[in-house]
Design a binder for this molecule. Structure first.
Ligand SMILES: NC(N)=O
Length: 687
């Protein structure tokens, strides 16, 4: 029996205490927003897409927060322990380009579907009811497995650290999130996301540096020597070394991760919703910034802490000395907690518990908003009560949050008793979550994907992926069970088939029975808001056909710079493209549909789209090819190369803090000072 790192009281205290603190913070934040910033989460447009007014800093922080899972914060160290320095790089490369791709889709959606609230609404407008239902199911499957496996992994980790009953952790962790998300809506999650990100990033930077400089590690040179002296033999690595990029297991893991993470972004309405919620000028820079700085998390933390475990595991400083970690403990993510407990003591280990709580709750809250939007908008308002008022839609959203929270807890308990672990989910999830990705991308990019193709191709892709995965599990393992279905190659081929085959099915079906979609149909999506008219919205004089059909047209230099970059706050806000109210568009002829954005805004969007596409291509080339592949050779890091590598990783970590913690405060300084002045004058009046 391993020595416990913390007591059960620590576990209960942190989870319940932080839940209460976050609920109080969010209640205060909602009140401040309503009173001093004229932002009211009691309106659906605000609750679901934050009035499409969130700026660069807060968008970047929120996207980062939703994307920084305990996987890379904690599990990357565990997998680095197993496979060495190659793992964090493949992990980092598996986190970045997905967010860059979301920038492309988000800005294209802003132009083609400016009033969208969820990605599924887009499917419904284009293909109708059956495709809508198929994609609702695919999104919910993705969400349930993504969110459920994370709650489970986090709870197993908390149990491993404190001895707290795993079911108690599974129920208590989402409980607080349900309350604050139901109260605050999307904008509230933007604010809690900021807090989560700030605390988590500061803790991660502290852990890495404190471990590296601890007397038992002795700095980067000494870490290198200790790892070499540990003389670990990793099967599949060049010369069995932990210090080589040539690691078969790390590469296979990294490739599966890329598919799974692509689904976690594109098939999660939360990431779409954050693009809808952001201002036009914020979407692309915010997402691209995140795609760059997220690399730091597995790279810095994974490398330093994963290798530090190897350096001290067989020495008396190790918390559980003379016992070393079992494979089960490693797969449960316990490498980082053991390193922190051994080197930094109880306080740091408690800090890690705080970080784990933060990382889980920020992802769970955005998942809740996403699913509640599906329930209220895609389910209730579409099929049950199309004439639902704003208030009623919002009530259903709130109920959706509660329902999803309860369901996720039950689902995670089910996974626990079925014997699933984070490792199993990593290989299984891409197979069920990937089939909708390419048909979803085609929905915005390819006018010739037909309704039948959109309905059948993901379903055929799902069946093809499952058949590939299960038959290869049987082929490699001689049976189909929870162990053989975690075989790396079976998971990889299953994911490849699940991801790519729908493109083939879609192309074949679309070409056999061709038809063409008129992009102007997308302009028929209404705002939910029905009373608060926005007088400043400037409508396009372009025909809607011109407006939506030329996503990458060459642009003349225009006066939008005045509006978006150099203008004062007022000017920017006025031009900030909150789409105009055009409820009536659903009924009028396509030739009369008017795009809600003015010409300057549309030109501006097209320029961002071009930048987003170029950035995405460069990102894939750099993170997936130029960075890792030249190092995939018979080479073991030298001491000086390793030193440079670790220093770069630490600098990247600080870059992340600047980008998603410091910059959002600067970006939001006007709102912050307005709120502070409002509170101050109210206090002075003695209210
Ligand atoms: N960020 C994730 N999905 O690990």
């Amino acid at each position: 029996m391993a020595k416990e790192l913390l007591s059960q009281a620590d576990g209960y205290g942190i989870i319940i205490g932080l839940s209460v603190v976050f609920c109080l913070i969010i209640l205060a934040a909602v009140r401040i927003q309503k009173r001093y910033l004229a932002e009211d989460s009691d309106q659906s447009e605000m609750f679901m897409v934050a009035n499409r007014s969130v700026g660069l800093g807060l968008t970047a922080s929120a996207v980062f927060s939703s994307w920084m899972w305990i996987n890379e914060s904690v599990f990357a160290a565990a997998y680095t322990y197993k496979w060495g320095v190659a793992l964090p790089i493949w992990w980092a490369a598996g986190l970045s380009f997905q967010i860059a791709l979301m920038a492309v889709l988000g800005i294209l959606a802003k132009m083609r579907v400016p009033n969208a609230h969820t990605s599924l609404e887009i499917i419904k407008i284009r293909y109708g009811k059956y495709a809508h239902v198929v994609f609702i199911v695919l999104n919910i499957i993705n969400n349930i497995f993504g969110c459920g496996s994370m709650i489970l992994a986090g709870s197993q980790l908390v149990t491993g650290m404190t001895g707290m009953h795993v079911v108690a952790a599974i129920i208590l962790i989402p409980a607080g999130v349900v309350i604050y998300t139901a109260v605050g809506g999307l904008k509230a999650t933007f604010l809690t996301d900021f807090l989560h990100t700030t605390i988590a990033l500061i803790l991660l930077a502290y852990f890495s540096i404190a471990v590296l400089t601890n007397e038992h590690i002795g700095g980067v040179h000494s870490l290198y020597e200790k790892v070499k002296a540990a003389n670990v033999n990793v099967p599949g690595n060049y010369e069995g070394s932990l210090l080589t990029m040539k690691s078969r297991s790390a590469v296979l893991f990294g490739v599966v991760l890329k598919f799974g993470n692509l689904a976690l972004v594109l098939m999660d309405t939360a990431f779409w919703q954050k693009t809808f919620a952001s201002e036009v000028k914020a979407t692309v820079p915010a997402y691209n910034l995140v795609s760059i700085v997220i690399l730091a998390i597995p790279w810095c933390t994974g490398t330093i802490i994963g290798l530090a475990a190897r350096a001290i595991e067989k020495t008396p400083i190790w918390w559980d000395y003379p016992n070393v970690l079992t494979l089960k403990q490693v797969n449960s993510g316990l490498v980082m907690p053991y390193v922190l407990r051994s080197l930094l003591g109880r306080g740091a280990t408690t800090g890690l518990l705080v970080l784990i709580f933060m990382a889980i709750t920020s992802t769970v809250s955005s998942s809740m908003i996403a699913v509640s939007s599906i329930i209220s908008l895609d389910g209730y308002r579409t099929y049950i009560n199309p004439r639902a008022s704003d208030r009623k839609t919002l009530q259903v959203s709130h109920l959706g949050v509660v329902f999803h929270g309860l369901f996720m807890a039950a689902f995670a308990v089910m996974l626990q008793y079925a014997g699933a672990t984070n490792n199993w989910s990593t290989y299984f999830r891409p197979i069920v979550a990937c089939p909708g990705i390419l048909p979803m991308i085609f929905t915005l990019f390819w006018s010739r994907q037909t309704k039948l193709a959109a309905i059948l191709s993901p379903l055929l892709g799902l069946v093809s992926g499952l058949v590939t995965w299960l038959s290869l599990s049987w082929y490699y393992g001689g049976a189909i069970n929870i162990t053989t279905t975690q075989t790396q190659l079976a998971g990889l081929y299953g994911a490849v088939v699940s991801f790519f085959s729908p493109a083939l099915y879609s192309a074949v079906i679309s070409l056999i029975w061709p038809s063409r979609f008129d992009w102007r149909e997308f302009l028929r999506i209404d705002l939910i808001e029905d009373e608060t008219s926005n007088d400043s919205s400037i409508k396009s004089k372009l025909s809607s056909s011109e407006a939506v059909n030329a996503p990458c047209a060459t642009l003349p230099s225009n006066n939008e710079k005045k509006l978006y970059s150099t203008g004062g706050e007022k000017q920017i806000r006025t031009a900030s493209p909150t789409p105009g109210i055009h409820k009536a568009q659903a009924k009028i002829s396509l030739d009369d549909v008017v795009h809600p954005f003015d010409e300057a805004t549309l030109l501006y969007i097209r320029r961002w789209l071009k930048i987003a596409i170029i950035f995405f291509v460069v990102n894939v080339i750099v993170t997936c090819i130029l960075w890792p592949l030249p190092l995939y050779r018979n080479y073991i890091f030298t001491k000086s190369f390793f030193t440079g590598w670790v220093i770069m990783a630490i600098l990247w970590q600080f870059g992340a803090i600047l980008a998603v913690v410091v910059y959002p405060l600067w970006d939001g300084r006007k709102d912050i000072s307005q709120a502070v002045r409002g509170i101050g004058s109210e206090l002075r009046r003695g209210k």
